[in-house]
Design a protein around this ligand. Structure first.
Ligand SMILES: Cc1cc2nc3c(=O)[nH]c(=O)nc-3n(C[C@H](O)[C@H](O)[C@H](O)COP(=O)(O)OP(=O)(O)OC[C@H]3O[C@@H](n4cnc5c(N)ncnc54)[C@H](O)[C@@H]3O)c2cc1C
Length: 476
């Protein structure tokens, strides 16, 4: 008999809303997240000791509502628990503060969000160069500026978010280098108009940035970062729509932090581990589980929700979570299925509206082929194992037909991050060199346990050597 009806993996807006919907339908639900509280990446709870950077961080945040609703529900929560294994019969193994634990569920909802993508350039592994999304963690959760002076670079809405929050917190933004051009932003306007609240927030950020006099360089990309005596020196170059640096004035910007990000990719390790069907979608951010509009995957009683099912933003993730929670409750035969079904159309409608906005933002962050092509031969692509582009190209030329073969030959993706950081770029390089650009043919890394780095101590917990059964000696 499983311990729970539903296990929800991920405590962001998608996971929490999925858990709330399933629990409200009378199911016994457990939710796991590695963080100390619910909120996920977007509504990340500040750590208690953190000093708020701005007045609005002291005000009620959307994440507070999410956390309060969860606390008032019957959902059993396992925060501070890293899920490191999931088996086909929906047993979840996690490492938590009290040691290892596991439990089983009749159904599983995977709402594990995204991983930040950084397209490598020379110097991207130097300390002080951090992810744009990682900078949001410092700003929101720790109340810490990424640097006294920061260069913000890459693409997508996090550029403005990080720059504005840095300025609000008293930091200096040296420049913003945006790979998108004004025309790219202009094309998002119709979708933006569907969410006037978020559009207002965006305009407020850009207003703060221009008031602070931070230069905004449209269609510019970082080509190199070097350690200089006065900080980190970044070389910026104009780029074309495909992200390829082009001739034109190169600029040098010195800052003590460089926050750079090139989009987000859905986290699909768990659905891959469970051998659900997946497909590649550049627009959705990468590989995603094949699912119906309610998050049902190709495996019975396995659901996906939120950005992990395809990048569509935080607002869409909330509604998608509710939809997946309802679908799961309906499929498990919760009481009053007709009433549950009656909630689905409104949730689907709200999701479609929110996703329209989120997907237009995701388009700004989509991988640009010319950007990948411009990675230099000696640039490190896999930072865990120090594998360069030249080594990847050599493996492709030697006949590596998919990313798993390439991994075996080069160790690319074998480090502690398990390829989360380098997989997208590696597969894109392989696809371009060996498969005419087909990411389907380049494949994706096979997911393996442990899904996240965990210490042996976290897996074994406390034990006495006397309790270890010693097998009798085998007869000679
Ligand atoms: C670092 C980062 C920062 C971001 N900051 C912003 C932002 O400031 N504003 C914005 O609009 N969007 C931001 N995004 C995009 C944002 O993630 C989404 O739009 C939104 O949070 C999606 O909600 P979700 O519920 O689908 O996933 P998430 O909010 O990402 O929630 C997924 C949760 O699952 C947890 N999880 C994943 N795997 C495991 C595991 N194996 N064990 C335990 N827990 C696990 C994660 O820690 C996370 O808490 C950020 C993305 C990233 C990667």
């Amino acid at each position: 008999m499983p311990d729970f009806d539903v296990l929800v993996l991920g405590g962001g807006p998608a996971g929490v809303n999925a858990a709330l919907a399933a629990s409200a339908a009378g199911l016994k639900v457990a939710l796991f997240d590695e963080n100390t509280a619910a909120g996920g990446q977007v509504y990340r709870a500040p750590v208690s000791a953190a000093v708020p950077l701005t007045a609005d961080q002291q005000a009620e945040q959307p994440g507070d509502t999410l956390r309060r609703e969860l606390a008032q529900s019957a959902v059993i929560t396992y925060f501070n628990h890293v899920v490191w294994a999931v088996t086909a019969d929906y047993r979840v193994d996690a490492a938590g503060p009290a040691g290892p634990m596991h439990c089983t569920g009749r159904a599983l909802i995977v709402a594990t969000g995204t991983t930040e993508r950084i397209v490598p350039f020379d110097g991207w592994t130097i300390p002080g160069v951090i992810g744009l999304a990682a900078a949001t963690i410092l700003l929101k959760s720790q109340g810490i500026l990424p640097g006294r002076s920061t260069l913000v670079a890459g693409c997508g809405p996090l550029l403005a978010a990080v720059a504005a929050k840095t300025i609000e917190g008293g930091g200096k933004v040296q420049a913003i280098a945006d790979m998108a051009g004004l025309g790219d932003w202009g094309r998002t306007l119709p979708a933006m108009m569907s969410r006037p609240d978020l559009m207002r927030e965006g305009f407020h950020w850009w207003h703060e940035i221009s008031r602070a006099g931070a230069p905004i360089l449209s269609r510019h990309t970082i080509v190199k970062v070097e350690q200089a005596h006065d900080g980190l020196r970044a070389t910026l170059a104009p780029c074309d729509a495909a992200g390829r640096p082009v001739s034109g004035k190169r600029r040098s910007v010195v800052a003590d932090c460089i926050a750079v990000g090139h989009g987000l990719t859905p986290s699909t390790e768990i659905t891959r581990l469970l051998r659900a069907k997946h497909r590649y979608s550049r627009q959705a951010g990468g590989w995603i589980a094949v699912a119906d509009m309610d998050g049902r995957t190709s495996r019975p009683r396995l659901y996906v929700a939120g950005d992990g099912a395809g990048i569509a933003g935080a607002a869409a993730a909330s509604h998608h979570g509710t939809i997946a929670g309802l679908a799961c409750a309906i499929d498990l035969g919760a009481t009053d299925v007709d009433q549950l079904r009656s909630h689905v159309p409104a949730a689907r409608q709200a999701h479609a509206k929110a996703a329209r906005f989120g997907r237009s933002m995701a388009q700004l962050m989509a991988l640009r082929p010319g950007h990948i092509d411009s990675i230099g031969p000696q640039t490190i692509v896999c930072r865990c194992e120090d594998v360069t582009r030249a080594e990847i190209d050599a493996a492709c030329d030697a006949g590596a037909h998919d990313v798993n073969q390439l991994k075996a030959w080069t160790r690319c993706g074998m480090g502690p991050c398990q390829g989360r950081t380098c997989e997208d770029v590696t597969a894109e390089l392989l696809a371009a060199r060996a498969h005419g650009g087909s990411r389907e043919r380049a494949g994706c890394f096979s997911a393996r346990t442990p899904l996240r780095p965990v210490t042996v101590e976290a897996l074994t917990g406390d034990f006495s050597y006397d309790d270890i059964p010693i097998p009798k000696a085998a007869p000679l």
